[in-house]
Design a binder for this molecule. Structure first.
Ligand SMILES: NC(=O)c1ccc[n+]([C@@H]2O[C@H](COP(=O)([O-])OP(=O)(O)OC[C@H]3O[C@@H](n4cnc5c(N)ncnc54)[C@H](OP(=O)(O)O)[C@@H]3O)[C@@H](O)[C@H]2O)c1
Length: 300
C-alpha cells in the first residue's frame, strides 16, 4: 500500500532521520518546515508553521498518518496544545487514520495541567489511533544545534558545562527514536501504546565526556555548573523569563535527580535492534567536535 505520512519537525533531530526511514519503506513523506527544501524521490516538502493554522490544510492533504513534533522547548505553552488540537481536527477531516506524538520521558507522571502532558491528552482524546513516544535526553544535544549550545562549548572550550554532578542519565539516539516512529507510523499493533525510549546504559556526565574525548581525539572535561547556565542559554534564545524558569526547572530535574537514569528495552522491542550506545553515537558524531582549521600563509 502506498501511503503518505506528514512529518512535522522534518528538519529536526528526529524528523530528518525519520524521513529516509519512511521513504525506504515506500512511503511518500510530506516534510513540514518553515523553510521547505526542494522535492526529492518519495519526499514532498511543504511550508508549515505551527503558529499559522492556514498552513495546516495543504500539509495534511491526503495524508494517512502524522508525526507530531511540537516546535521545541520554546513552544511549550498552552498555545502548543491548542495548535496540536487544531492540527488533529484538520487531520481527521483530511482522512488521516494514525498519529504518533514525540513527547518526553516521564510526562505520563506530570500533573494534568503540565504543558507537555496537556499535549499528550489532546492526542489521547483526539479519537484517532495514536502512539506516544517518550524519549529521554537526546545524545544529539551534544553534537547538533540545540539551545544548550553544548556542541559549541565542546568545540571551542573542550568543556561540557551543565548541572548534573554524578547523576545518571540514559541518553537516547534520535536515530533510534526515528526507527520506532517509522514502525509505529506504518505498521499495525502500536495504537494506544506509549513507549519510554532510552539508551542501553545510564551515564554520568564525566562518562559522557570520556566517550566524547575518545571520539574527538582530545580531552573534553565535564564542568559542573548551576541552573544559571541553562537559564542564560534559554534567555539568549529570546524565551520569556517565566518560560525559561519552567524549562530550567524541568531540565535541572532531569539532569540531577537520577529520574532520567532509567533504562528500558522499548527500542529493541519495537525495532528488533538494540539501542545505540553512547560510544557508537560519539564515533559517528566526531566531526561536530572538530575545531575549524586555520590556514597559515607562509611569509616566505
Ligand atoms: N532535545 C532533547 O533532549 C529532547 C528530549 C525529549 C523530548 N524532546 C522533544 O523533542 C522535540 C524536538 O526538540 P529539539 O529541541 O531537539 O528540536 P529539533 O527537533 O531538533 O528541531 C525543532 C524542529 O521544530 C521545527 N519548528 C520549530 N518551530 C516551528 C514552527 N513555528 N512551526 C513549525 N515547525 C517548527 C523546526 O523546523 P523548521 O525550523 O525547519 O521550521 C525543527 O524541525 C520537542 O518537542 C522536545 O520537547 C527533546
Amino acid at each position: 500500500m502506498n501511503s503518505t505520512v506528514l512529518v512535522t519537525g522534518a528538519t529536526g533531530k528526529t524528523g530528518r532521520r525519520l524521513v529516509p526511514q519512511l521513504a525506504a519503506r515506500g512511503v511518500t513523506v510530506r516534510t513540514a518546515s518553515r523553510n521547505p527544501a526542494p522535492a526529492d524521490a518519495h519526499v514532498e516538502p511543504v511550508h508549515f508553521d505551527w503558529s499559522d493554522e492556514s498552513t495546516y490544510a495543504a500539509a495534511l492533504k491526503e495524508v494517512d498518518a502524522v508525526y507530531v513534533v511540537t516546535a521545541n522547548l520554546s513552544g511549550i505553552t498552552t498555545h502548543q496544545s491548542q495548535q496540536v488540537a487544531s492540527l488533529l481536527d484538520a487531520a481527521a477531516v483530511a482522512g488521516a487514520r494514525r498519529v504518533v506524538l514525540l513527547s518526553a520521558f516521564g510526562v505520563d507522571q506530570a500533573p494534568a495541567e503540565d504543558p507537555l502532558r496537556r499535549i499528550e491528552r489532546v492526542v489521547e482524546e483526539a479519537g484517532m489511533p495514536s502512539t506516544i513516544l517518550r524519549p529521554g535526553t537526546f545524545m544529539q544535544n551534544f553534537s547538533e544545534k540545540h539551545w544548550s549550545n553544548l556542541d559549541a562549548t565542546i568545540r571551542e572550550r573542550d568543556e561540557i558545562a551543565m548541572p548534573g554532578g554524578d547523576a545518571l542519565v540514559s541518553y537516547v539516539s534520535t536515530h533510534d527514536i526515528a526507527a520506532v516512529a517509522a514502525v509505529a507510523l506504518t505498521e499495525d499493533g502500536h495504537d494506544g501504546k506509549a513507549y519510554s525510549l532510552t539508551g542501553r546504559e545510564a551515564l554520568t556526565l564525566a562518562e559522557v565526556a570520556h566517550h566524547i574525548s575518545v571520539a574527538a581525539g582530545r580531552q573534553v572535561r565535564y564542568v559542573e555548573s548551576g541552573p544559571q547556565t541553562i537559564r542564560d542559554a534559554l534567555l539568549a534564545t529570546g524565551m520569556p523569563t517565566d518560560q525559561a524558569e519552567y524549562v530550567t526547572q524541568l531540565f535541572v530535574a532531569a539532569m540531577t535527580t537520577g529520574a532520567f537514569g532509567v533504562v528500558t528495552d522499548d527500542i529493541a522491542a519495537v525495532t528488533g535492534r538494540p539501542a545505540t550506545t553512547f560510544a557508537e553515537y560519539a564515533a559517528g558524531a566526531a566531526d561536530a567536535w572538530r575545531r575549524p582549521t586555520t590556514n597559515h600563509v607562509s611569509a616566505t
